[in-house]
Design a protein around this ligand. Structure first.
Ligand SMILES: Nc1ncnc2c1ncn2[C@@H]1O[C@H](COP(=O)(O)OP(=O)(O)OP(=O)(O)O)[C@@H](O)[C@H]1O
Ligand SMILES: [Mg+2]
Length: 374
């Protein structure tokens, strides 16, 4: 099912929940909507589901206006953020409910509920009521209820929020498998968690204050964030944003940071219109900073280790540079074990992984030959 959303606006009193959202989701695509709490994710999904009406704009499903499609033939299912199962019904009856409503014959209900339960690993719970199910089983039951009618468009609103870390990990994999098995079902998946959005979405639309600020593949968003908001949202640990000032020099432009000067050659073309002295933000991914090892491609600077946070396979280091600038870096454990708090170390930056933004609007300044997706 193809989904085309144009110019959707929605206001609740003084709150502009959505401000001109335009998106095109391909048939069978797994599309993630990533945005912080209050960005408008639930509002958008409810409008796509046809539960709420937008103040402005249109939702087209396979090029037909949603408002013209009768509710019964919409073929859309939504799993709500605060899902509610019928507490007095067993898992079997919860899953069967949408089919009974659609007057599907008993034999077929049995077969289809059996299939869905198998797929979602709920078979052992079929006779039990929701109150006796674990959080994850309840969540899967809610998802099963949405899937049992084989919707062509599945809307998922933060479906993993109530699960613990291990179950989240498993369920992420489960969703990808499910999407593969369902083949033609288009999925729109809203989440505030960048890891979920990037690991599952073929494309991700980033929503901020009711506006889509960027749409792209996970690697587009990571490598070419359109602004500092997307840069901060995508990537873990979050990107370091350091103030910088543009300088003109005989050898070409450079960027002064409190602890280091950077050659601005990669951005030269885009920086053309900017006068010397322009304030910038330099985005340094924690993964782009390394202790000096001898084969540096980029510039080297001294640092002092402020904090170490060992996470098992990697360690996050907090370092202080140039007086009082704090930077986060992340190292594989075999490199990090030698480094202790208060050590003086030398680090280097991989210039290829540096992003540049304007200070005032936060808009990305692109590198030569690289355009961020709008
Ligand atoms: N029925 C309503 N009445 C008034 N304001 C509302 C209503 N529904 C949503 N809002 C407001 O609209 C904005 C967007 O809300 P929405 O629930 O869509 O955000 P969200 O991205 O789903 O957030 P979360 O991640 O916390 O679920 C918020 O500021 C919210 O307070
Ligand atoms: Mg929500």
């Amino acid at each position: 099912m193809e989904l085309t959303i144009s110019g959707i606006a929605k206001r609740f009193g003084a709150v502009e929940a959505l401000r001109g959202v335009t998106l095109a989701v391909q048939p069978g695509e797994f599309f993630a909507i990533l945005g912080p709490s209050g960005a408008g994710k639930t509002t958008l999904l409810r409008i796509i589901a046809g539960i709420d009406k937008p103040d402005d704009g249109t939702v087209l499903i396979d090029r037909r206006d949603l408002s013209q499609i009768p509710v019964r033939s919409r073929n859309t299912a939504m799993v709500f953020q605060t899902f509610a199962l019928y507490p007095h019904l067993s898992t079997f009856e919860n899953l069967a409910y949408p089919l009974r409503e659609a007057r599907v014959p008993g034999d077929e209900i049995k077969r289809r509920v059996g299939e869905i339960a198998e797929m979602l690993r709920l078979t052992h719970t079929l006779a039990r009521k929701p109150g006796t199910l674990s959080g994850g089983e309840q969540q899967r039951c809610a998802i099963g209820r949405a899937l049992v009618r084989r919707p062509q468009l599945l809307l998922l609103d933060e479906p993993l929020t109530n699960l613990d870390a291990k179950l989240r990990h498993d369920t992420r994999a489960e969703f990808k498998r499910l999407h593969r098995e369902l083949k033609t079902t288009t999925i729109v998946y809203a989440t505030p968690d960048q890891l979920e959005a990037l690991s599952m979405g073929a494309r991700v639309g980033v929503l901020n204050h009711g506006k889509i600020v960027q749409v792209g593949t996970p690697s587009d968003l990571y490598e070419m964030p359109g602004d500092d908001f997307v840069a901060s949202l995508v990537g873990d640990p979050p990107i370091n944003l350091v103030p910088g000032t543009l300088r003109a020099g005989a050898g070409g432009p450079s960027i002064d940071m409190p602890f280091l000067g950077l050659d601005a050659a990669p951005w030269r073309k885009s920086l053309n219109g900017f006068p010397a002295g322009t304030r910038l933000k330099v985005g340094l991914r924690p993964q782009a900073i390394w202790p000096r090892g001898g084969s540096e491609k980029g510039p080297v600077f001294p640092a002092r280790v402020f904090l170490t946070e060992p996470l098992g396979d990697v360690t996050i280091l907090d370092i202080v540079v140039g007086g009082d600038t704090r930077l986060r870096m992340v190292l594989p454990q075999e490199q990090a074990y030698k480094i202790a708090v208060n050590d003086a170390i030398e680090c280097s930056i991989d210039l290829e992984q540096v992003c540049l933004f304007t200070q005032d609007t936060g808009t990305a300044i692109s590198r030569a030959g690289v355009e961020a997706a709008a």
